[in-house]
Design a protein around this ligand. Structure first.
Ligand code: PRX
Length: 574
């Protein structure tokens, strides 16, 4: 493997929290980080206490914790107000009988209420399952069923997608809306909040007790419930300092929805554990509104994603000049490979280095990153955070020399590592099949200076606009369509979204290929599963390549698509 680039962008600022990466690695200890938490003294742990109440009880009580805006609302809340609102919601849950370990889901768009509910649920010891508002009924059912959720917080618009009849364990549906129709198990959020007490006895939990469940896709089977514990706060706090570079006067904005791990680890935990002012913008992507948000709140740290940055780059440099973005001092990206071209563009138009960060739902927090104090090599994900080790290993666990491509692996353990896959210990074990290592499923190589370079997924998981989509889930939905006999789904390279979902479909007898049928099939997935899982491209084929056991060979579909040799076809059916 040749080194991709020798281009390097020197640091322009120093981070007081980590002045020198190599020095920090030498002297680092997680135990020193733990000393920053109240529980190091008291032994009492709760993530929401450390993120909110601790500041509300300090000189930060009247500091703005949350600036919220969307097209219709604009509100700000201090740490004290966040504490009281989340206390109230904690009481609402407690009155319903919710206790430590119960799974409480949050299925709603970003609004302040989402954050009150999230923190309130954590305060009573519940394990929170945040869901994207884009999920349709089947996606919601799979996740609530698998986790045995007892309560869900949602909105009137999304209520019809919560299939209560199929969810015997679901007892409470808490609806956040002005007009809530009464019904069995329906709880009116505003009505309950109006009378709920602002005093709450926080549920002190163990560091290893469950905190959050993020469902994420693999290449086979239904989405997996990745479970994280309160202990993860150690890593969220620390990476908030050395990667996000949070300092006292920063105004921080993370674009991600809490339905995605970035929207919780770095949209809730890291900024608030560090007592930062956090901006949340609801609504959809809009270049003007986004730049307007940076200008309005004087955002200094911005955590975004390659797809969003590529879209902004597509809109062009002129729009940037219409806004005052001089408050920006640190920009980061996550979720997909960050093209060197985007890094160069960021330098030119924002005057900022864009710091790529690599991690996964399963890792809970940052692992391989670029830091303010370190030179950036555009196209590289950076180097492992202090306190962790990454390596490229072969399938037997041998560490490979520089420039050799292999499995991107992380030495176990680290504080925010997932602790289980819900109901699926076998899946959990798969990640740790090589003793001493977590196997990420990504392939990469490391250069001679220790920078890591992403090469691709080893399995069939699709990454479209930063969303992880399992082909199996989409294929399963496709074959429910009356016209579809069989379907194989792949990620097709796309200049903006990284990959788009392409479906190869064999039709049932009596159906003829047409554009209308394609549109109808795409709509079927969009409405049955979710918008981001719907294929953007469909191709009808008389026959799909299958193994003798009947498994569709996505590898061959991908080779067709890319015009590459199809490789070993010895297991193909005919
Ligand atoms: O393939 C890698 C890609 O996204 C996967 C993890 O997806 P998810 O669990 O949804 O979490 C994303 C946010 C933490 C990884 O296995 N990925 C993530 N970050 C990067 C990346 N690929 C290349 N460069 C990155 N910086």
């Amino acid at each position: 493997m040749e080194q991709q680039s020798t281009e390097s962008v020197a640091p322009t600022a120093t981070n007081p929290n980590m002045k020198n990466y190599e020095e920090e690695r030498k002297t680092f200890s997680w135990e020193e980080i733990e000393k920053n938490f109240t529980w190091y003294e008291t032994g009492k742990v709760n993530m929401a206490y450390e993120a909110i109440d601790r500041h509300a009880e300090s000189s930060r009580a009247n500091k703005i914790a949350l600036h919220y805006c969307d097209d219709t609302r604009e509100e700000s809340y201090t740490f004290e107000q966040m504490k009281l609102n989340s206390n109230k919601f904690g009481n609402v849950l407690r009155d319903l009988g919710i206790v430590k370990g119960d799974r409480v889901f949050i299925f709603m768009p970003r609004t302040p209420e989402l954050y009150f509910a999230f923190l309130g649920a954590v305060k009573v010891g519940a394990i929170v399952g945040p869901l994207f508002e884009a999920f349709m009924e089947m996606a919601v059912r799979d996740r609530l069923q698998d986790s045995g959720a007892i309560a869900v917080v949602t909105t009137p618009a999304l209520l019809s997608r919560v299939p209560v009849a199929d969810l015997p364990e679901l007892k409470h549906v808490i609806v956040v809306g002005q007009e809530v129709e009464a019904g069995e198990g329906i709880v009116d959020y505003y009505k309950q909040m109006a009378t709920a007490s602002e005093e709450l006895a926080i549920e002190w939990v163990d560091r290893e007790d469950g905190l959050i469940l993020h469902y994420t896709s693999g290449s086979t089977g239904k989405p997996k419930g990745i479970c994280h514990v309160h202990n993860a706060m150690i890593q969220h706090y620390y990476t908030g300092k050395i990667v996000l570079d949070l300092q006292e006067d920063d105004v921080y904005w993370c674009n991600a929805d809490p339905g995605w791990v970035t929207g919780t680890s770095y949209g809730i935990f890291a900024p608030w554990l560090n007592g930062a002012t956090n901006v949340i913008r609801g609504g959809r992507f809009s270049p003007k509104d986004w730049y307007g948000t940076i200008e309005k709140y004087k955002i200094s740290i911005w955590y975004s994603s390659p797809t969003a940055l590529r879209m902004l780059m597509g809109v062009g440099d002129e729009l940037v000049k219409q806004f005052d973005l001089s408050s920006l001092r640190h920009v980061l990206s996550v979720g997909e490979p960050l093209n060197p071209e985007v890094v160069r563009w960021g330098l030119k138009v924002y005057g900022q280095r864009i710091h790529d960060t690599w991690w996964m739902t399963e890792t809970g927090g940052h692992l391989v990153c670029n830091y303010p104090a370190m030179a950036i090599r555009p196209g590289s994900m950076g180097k492992p955070i202090p306190g962790t080790d990454a390596a490229i290993v072969d399938d037997n666990g041998n560490v490979l020399p520089p420039y050799r491509m292999g499995n991107l692996a992380i030495k176990t353990p680290w504080p925010s590592m997932m602790r289980k896959v819900w109901n699926n210990p076998a899946k959990y074990e798969e990640y740790f099949r090589i003793p001493g290592w977590y196997i990420s499923g990504d392939s990469a190589y490391c250069d001679e200076d220790g920078y890591f370079w992403f090469q691709g997924r080893i399995d069939d998981v699709i990454n479209t606009a930063g969303e992880r989509v399992g082909p199996f889930e989409v294929e399963s939905k496709l074959v429910e369509h009356p016209a579809v006999a069989e379907a194989g789904v792949i990620g097709k390279p796309d200049p903006i979204r990284g990959e788009i979902i392409k479906a190869f479909i064999g039709l049932r007898d009596g159906y003829t290929p047409s554009d209308e049928l394609k549109a109808d099939i795409a709509k079927f997935v969009k409405e049955g599963l979710s918008a981001h899982a719907a294929p953007r491209e469909i191709e009808f084929r008389d026959k799909l390549p299958k193994t003798r056991s009947g498994k569709i060979m996505r590898r061959v579909l991908k080779a067709w698509e890319l015009g590459l040799p199809t490789g070993d076809l010895s297991t193909i059916e005919d």
